[in-house]
Structure formats: C-alpha cells, structure tokens
Ligand binder design. Sequence first.
Ligand code: ATP
Ligand code: MG
Length: 259
Amino acid sequence: MDDENPRVAKADAEVQKLISRKRTKDADDRKVSSEIFDKATLQVLYKLANQGHLDVLNGAISTGKEANVLKGIKEDGSIVAVKIYRIATSDFKKMQYYIAGDPRFNVRSSNKRQLINNWVNKEFRNLTRLKDAGVNVPEAITSLNNVLIIEFIGDEDGNPAPTVKNLPPQDPAHFYEQLVEQMDRFINKANLIHGDLSSYNILNFDEKPVIIDVSQSVVRDHIIANELLARDIKNISFEFSKMGVDTSIEDLTNRLIKD
Ligand SMILES: Nc1ncnc2c1ncn2[C@@H]1O[C@H](COP(=O)(O)OP(=O)(O)OP(=O)(O)O)[C@@H](O)[C@H]1O
Ligand SMILES: [Mg+2]
C-alpha cells in the first residue's frame, strides 16, 4: 500500500529526519513535533506526497500558535509552503464561532477534526477567492484535512520572504499605498474581511505586500465582519503611522469603505 511507494518512503524518511532533528533540541520543540506529526497528519502528508504535491519536507519556516509552516520540495525541485494545523493546540471555540456565521459553511460540528478540516478548507477557499479578485496572496495549491499547501513566497534559494514585522519596508509610504490597494480589493472585490491583519500577516516580498493567514477571514455580511474590519483598520493605520506614514483610522476607513 502507501508504505511501498518509494516517494512516500522518502517523504517518510524526511519527516522522520525532521522529527529526529527536532528531538535533539529542547523539550518545547519536542512537544511541537510530536503534536504536528501525529499519525493522522503523517498519513495526510503521505497522501499528498502520493498525489505528487510534495516530495520531501525540508525544514520549518514558522511555528505559530495553531499551525506550523514548513518548506516542501517537489520532485521538480520547486518549493511550496506546507501549513499544518495542530489538532492539539487549535482554538476550537474561535473556529466554531467564525464558521457558524459563514453561509458557505453550513455545518455545526462539535467534532474537532471535522472543525479543523473546515477551517483549513476555509483558508483554501478564501485564498482562491482573493486570488480571483486580484489580491496578492499565495496561490492555494491543495488542501487535505489539516494540511494546506500553498505557493511559497520567497527567493529562488528558498529563503522565505520576511514579514513586515521582521523587515519593515524601506519606503513605508509607497508600501502603504500598495497595501491600501490590496485591502481595497480584499474588501470590495473579494467581499472578505481579513480579521487578523497586521505586520505579522503581511510579507515584505521585494518591497511588495503579500497578505497571508486568511483562515479566519469572513464574508462581509458575517455578523462579526464590521468588528473585525474596524480592528484591521486600527492595526494597519497604527502600525504605518508609527513608520512615519501620514494616515489615520478615519483616513483609511474613508479610503476603504465607499458606501
Ligand atoms: N506562502 C508562504 N511563503 C513563505 N512563508 C510563509 C508562507 N505562509 C506563511 N509563511 C510564514 O509562516 C508564518 C506563519 O504563517 P501564518 O501566518 O499563515 O500562520 P500562523 O500565524 O502560524 O497561524 P496561527 O497563528 O493561526 O498559528 C508567516 O509569518 C510567514 O513567516
Ligand atoms: Mg500569522
């Protein structure tokens, strides 16, 4: 079966290598690695490898609260970003709350795995919808259960683009103008509200903004959409003011909300 596929065996070896490398680190890392690579997640990774989406996993890009982002190498050598949600540390209350009010997800599941799968599927669909609306987001490639594979944003040597938090733009005013255009498409073309927009979730890709982390993004008529929008606007105007850009909550609101 799966185990006999050489490509899967290779992925397995890489995952094992990754785990064993992590094992030599501190206890916290050990905890994280055993959390992401539970048996079910390994099986999902094997399946994705079998489908040709992934050949080997090659190191961590980020370890977040709920998800780990890893670098995946395909057989042709190209790189993808692999976002793996950890069942153990996910905020199910939040997921339930965000999903319940979204007409695209007609589910009221209390099953945690099912909820995560919906959450990941939501991120996939949001990315597709945003890309269609011309927003600069990573392209969604595929998703399966708690694993999402998306376009890798970074250079040809495999260095991921830094977040704006880690590398503030050289010309904040110019970057801000590009960002406002992206936000305008996000809100007024894709009809979505990001819901967690800040310098942590915007990559500085050669001085161009790429918006990431859209699992929590909701449709505009969601009951919490306005509250999330207000927070996004507040975060962005505050952060870019601090970088010296001439903006305010009122100014950004007026530019984004036209009706
Ligand atoms: N497509 C990508 N290409 C390169 N790097 C990425 C990509 N997607 C995410 N990253 C990196 O991984 C980090 C975490 O990704 P993301 O923000 O999507 O998840 P998260 O914040 O860990 O999610 P959560 O907080 O829910 O656990 C980002 O800050 C970025 O550095
Ligand atoms: Mg994030």
